[in-house]
Design a protein around this ligand. Sequence first.
Ligand SMILES: *Cc1c(COP(=O)(O)O)cnc(C)c1O
Length: 373
Amino acid sequence: MTIQSFIPPHRILMGPGPSDISPQVLQALSRPTVGHLDPLFVGMMDELKSLLKYAFQTENEFTIAVSAPGSAGMETCFVNLIEPGEKVIVCRNGVFGERMRENVVRAGGIAEVVDDEWGTPVSVAKVEQALKDNPDAKVLAFVHAETSTGACSDAEALGKLAKQYGVLTIVDAVTSLGGVPLKVDEWQLDAVYSGSQKCLSCVPGLSPVTFSPAAIEKIQSRTTPVQSWFLDQSLVLGYWSGEGKRSYHHTAPVNSLYALHESLLILKNEGLENAWQRHRDMHEKLKQGLAKLGFEFVVEESSRLPQLNAIYIPQGIDDAKVRNHLLNTYNLEIGAGLGALAGKAWRIGLMGYGARAENVALCLRALEESLAQ
Ligand SMILES: *Cc1c(COP(=O)(O)O)cnc(C)c1O
């Protein structure tokens, strides 16, 4: 058998990520590779940092992209901020909250779990009670945009509550960054991680993170070394910062970083507020069309993410059959249900470049035709 170059079809990605990537970002990816310590590349990295600060709405000096997917950003926050034996309040209202709990335990911490129903946001009242009941807790961890259900939690209220009780926050903003308001400084969030392939519409494999001065202080006052060499941010810091002091830590994913630079530039040129509004507008269009087709949302309107629309699969409809039909006939990918919603719901993503009127129209038309069959 001869193996030939892999040439994928052009899919329209309307699932939970990766999202549709703009041709401009794909072009950036194919530019010539330069050395990762090349002065020109170092200059690009400085711009990338400032673009990331804009996206996160922060002045945090430590704002970088971890050279690995969102899950590595998650792990970076937990392994750096938590020392063995420390107590962490973890909010769990979906798949990613459970992953946070797993990270706490693996970092040697003690997880105090606050559970909420799948499809509902994290209860601020329950978290306040947990903070009262656990005065020895050091960190509060929660997911801003829970991609498994489409629920958006009140990161502003949770961030401010944490400060009131003197604990640091670890926030999963993988799906929220660029899609819904996220204001790291104003909301006083400490360690926030995201992903390149959701509302930033970049290639998968990079994880923007930002650490507040309080988070950096916590890392610097550790009494035990971070058990992961690769994710130890005290070592990475030397690579991303310091005039002329840039030293080798690992080989940066050069071309992927070009792509992230380009996608953040697109976001900056559009303007964050405009991007948030566009996500809301496209959600509104999709919602109206889905209502006509008789679909019901998993999440209440008030806490629904515009970029992740979880809808119940109608009675008597074959989940896999419809999704395969969409993929094979329309080159359209939508997401299956995850965890408790597996087989019960679909997840339609309107993320970044994918949040466009033509995508909404295609998705509605394709769903209507598939259900009629
Ligand atoms: C996608 C996602 C992750 C994991 O990101 P990967 O890039 O797939 O590792 C973490 N948290 C949330 C909320 C996500 O949606």
